[in-house]
Design a protein around this ligand. Structure first.
Ligand code: PAF
Length: 292
């Protein structure tokens, strides 16, 4: 496993692979890796000649008072797991490598970034879009792999890639869950033993939404009310949102006609978790499978 800290060195390696005609898969991460991340690496290994992962806790996507300073950092374990997964290169830049003094250019994120996380984490997607664009330039890969657990992030990255004509394929991969349904997340490490059962409230509420949808309910506010009841019954401490929106635009939709997505952000103790489930007449199979 080749671990590189410098931008120019990473760029040169990618250029060599490109000159050799190799396809390259990119897995951008903030470390604290779990089975969801490793499933992205596996998918890239299956589909590309070379796989590159990045580990960088990106300060510009955290708001004031968020968990940037306490975000879990587990570099040794992460490198070991990526090595075992057959990843070829890991880019682990220091903060000043990507944000040197005087850095001041940011990506204005697309419309799909405005609601939901955009409302509760102002500036978050500006930071995500900026770092992802930088990584795409430093590591010009064939394809980049992102988990569907961060559903809105994936939508933002897809839109940015189209809008800015970025020559990279964006691959969304299913959410990986614990056996009881809890979506894998680096932030699950924050959960105390007492928090853990309550964290399952998100998955239960999403399943309740899917059940209503399967029974024919197409009124989005009715499904949202049901999710809120379910979350409260499970004892979550607060709910930022529990919404059912159009699966593509993430705009309000009722009655639901095509595919919709149910999305939740809720707090258990000091831990803010997000999860989602696609509600579609065809693909209710997303349940139980699937990724941070
Ligand atoms: O999903 C994440 O881990 C981060 O938002 C990403 C895409 C690596 C950008 O920092």
């Amino acid at each position: 496993l080749n671990v590189i800290e410098r931008t120019e060195e990473a760029r040169s390696q990618l250029a060599r692979w490109c000159a050799d005609g190799k396809s390259v898969g990119l897995i951008p991460t903030m470390g604290a890796l779990h089975a969801g991340h490793l499933s992205l690496a596996q998918r890239s290994r299956d589909e590309c000649d070379r796989t590159v992962a990045t580990i960088f806790v990106n300060p510009t996507q955290f708001g004031p008072g968020e968990d940037f300073s306490r975000y879990p950092r587990t570099l040794d374990d992460d490198l070991q797991a990526l090595g075992e997964q057959g990843v070829d290169l890991v880019f682990v830049p220091a903060q000043r490598e990507l944000y040197p003094p005087g850095f001041s250019t940011y990506v204005e994120p697309p419309d799909v970034a405005r609601e939901l996380e955009g409302q509760y984490r102002p500036g978050h997607f500006r930071g995500v879009a900026t770092i992802v664009l930088k990584l795409f330039h430093i590591l010009p890969a064939t394809a980049a792999y992102f988990g569907q657990k961060d559903y809105q992030q994936l939508a933002v990255i897809r839109r940015m890639t189209r809008d800015l004509n970025l020559p990279i394929q964006i691959v969304g991969c299913p959410t990986v869950r614990e056996p009881d349904g809890l979506a894998m997340s680096s932030r699950n490490r924050y959960l105390s033993a007492a928090d853990r059962p309550r964290a399952l409230g998100l998955w239960s509420a999403l399943q309740a939404a899917a059940q209503l949808f399967e029974q024919g309910q197409r009124d989005a506010p009715a499904i949202e009310q049901h999710m809120i009841q379910s979350l409260l019954q499970h004892g979550v401490d607060s709910i930022d949102y529990a919404r059912v929106v159009d699966a593509e635009s993430l705009m309000a939709v009722s009655p639901i006609s095509g595919s919709a997505v149910a999305l939740i952000a809720a707090r258990i103790g000091n831990t803010r978790l997000i999860d989602n489930l696609i509600l579609s007449s065809q693909t209710t199979t997303d349940r139980g499978t699937g990724d941070e």
